[in-house]
Design a protein around this ligand. Structure first.
Ligand SMILES: Nc1ncnc2c1ncn2[C@@H]1O[C@H](COP(=O)(O)OP(=O)(O)OP(=O)(O)O)[C@@H](O)[C@H]1O
Ligand SMILES: [Mg+2]
Length: 163
């Protein structure tokens, strides 16, 4: 996913740090990939020149997480909640002009909900955003028939951060 965005990252002068550790989850890999791609594309688009992105996966407190963190303009805490709703964007002075539709984060929120995952959006004190999605950690013997809360047909146990 990062390798397919190398030229965008270079054009924007962004530095990306990947801190990837195995994060077993039970879910639909295509949907999770969509979720991660939306977050990464936002982190590239709403950054600052010579800014940075940190992409991290792993486990903590018995749960699996994906974090996409980026530098960027300052965001007020009260603005963050609405960004998960469809068609909500920060003001035009706060974004570039390439015309996002304001749907990406609402899709991310829907995918997180479908996986009973928690979605946290925290503005960074220095500007930019810290987005973390926390999933129930798949047990080693989890399989297709073991999914309790994910209703998608392609659910299976797999490992985020392994590729
Ligand atoms: N990583 C981020 N850093 C700073 N601001 C962000 C970030 N992600 C989203 N935003 C802000 O939240 C708004 C909503 O994001 P969202 O992904 O839902 O829509 P979009 O990127 O504008 O359009 P789309 O994703 O549909 O192309 C963005 O327009 C931007 O103002
Ligand atoms: Mg977006």
């Amino acid at each position: 996913m990062v390798s397919s965005r190398t030229s965008q990252l270079a054009d924007a002068g962004l530095t990306i740090r990947c801190d990837l550790h195995p994060a077993p989850i039970l879910g639909d890999d295509r949907l999770i990939e969509h979720l991660a791609a939306n977050l990464l594309d936002n982190a590239i688009r709403y950054n600052v020149p010579a800014g940075f992105i940190t992409l991290a996966t792993g486990t903590a407190d018995g749960r699996s997480f994906l974090t996409v963190l980026n530098s960027g303009p300052h965001i007020a805490a009260e603005q963050v909640t609405r960004l998960q709703r469809p068609f909500e964007r920060l003001g035009p002075d706060r974004t570039d002009t390439d015309g996002g539709t304001g749907l990406g984060l609402s899709i991310v929120a829907s995918i997180a909900r479908a996986h009973a995952a928690d979605l946290s959006l925290e503005p960074r004190a220095d500007g930019g955003l810290d987005v973390t999605v926390t999933f129930e950690q798949a047990k080693p013997d989890s399989g297709r028939d073991d999914a309790r809360r994910v209703s998608k047909p392609h659910r299976h146990a797999w490992v985020l951060g392994a590729s």
